[in-house]
Design a protein around this ligand. Structure first.
Ligand code: VGL
Ligand code: ZN
Length: 205
């Protein structure tokens, strides 16, 4: 069983959003076209309470994209984004959602960020996604969505580390910054995550 795992295709990460990923909207038609190739489609949703500690606004004298130490971990401070229940946190209207079987929300604990769809950055909380995928009989995880160098990267990394055969669909994601993207790609390649383009997918069916 293979799953298409769609990471954070939410208004705030799309052009016009609070933390817009350059070209982020371009992944949507690619992801929509991929969905029929999968028997299981699952999404993640960044879902922060107001005042989340990953927001620069929660730290006096800090501004977005500053890097601080948060409980012993490096934390990039972001503009307020994906606040629970806001329009910016909603999945894009352009994303086909009929076939999404489940949505896993993350970043819900005020004090810790969560890039991965599996665990928060400190690995203190699970979203339950590993157990869900195992119970669904998934062996292969195909990761796509936003952003390539943050949530898609960490989700692919945790998928691989959890024992799933993992594929990172290079043309179904966009990055926030090229230096973090380059690092993400080399790290994922090192641990054995497959980098593939969406047009190679048919052959893997
Ligand atoms: C993301 C930064 C902060 C992402 C989420 O979805 O890649 N990036 N929160
Ligand atoms: Zn976030």
């Amino acid at each position: 069983m293979k799953v298409l795992l769609i990471v954070d295709v939410q208004h705030d990460f799309l052009p016009g959003g609070k933390l817009a990923v350059p070209g982020g909207d371009e992944v949507i038609p690619v992801i929509n076209a991929l969905q029929p190739d999968f028997d299981l489609v699952v999404a993640t949703q960044d879902w922060h309470p107001a005042g989340h500690l990953s927001f620069a606004s929660s730290h006096p004298d800090r501004k977005p994209f500053d890097v601080i130490d948060l409980k012993g971990m490096e934390q990039v401070l972001w503009p307020d984004h994906c606040v629970q229940g806001t329009g910016g946190a909603a999945l894009s209207d352009l994303l086909h959602q009929n076939r999404i079987a489940a949505i896993f929300r993350k970043g819900t604990h005020r004090e810790t960020d969560s890039y991965s769809g599996f665990y928060d950055n400190g690995k203190k909380y699970t979203t339950g996604l590993t157990s869900y995928l195992r119970e669904m009989g998934v062996r292969d995880v195909y990761v796509c969505g936003l952003a390539a160098d943050y949530c898609v990267y960490y989700t692919a990394k945790d998928a691989k580390t959890s024992g799933f055969e993992t594929y990172y669909i290079t043309d179904a994601t966009r990055f926030i910054a090229s230096d973090t993207y380059d690092k993400a790609v080399s790290d994922l390649s090192d641990i054995g995550v497959h980098m593939i383009a969406s047009d190679e997918l048919q052959t893997n069916k």
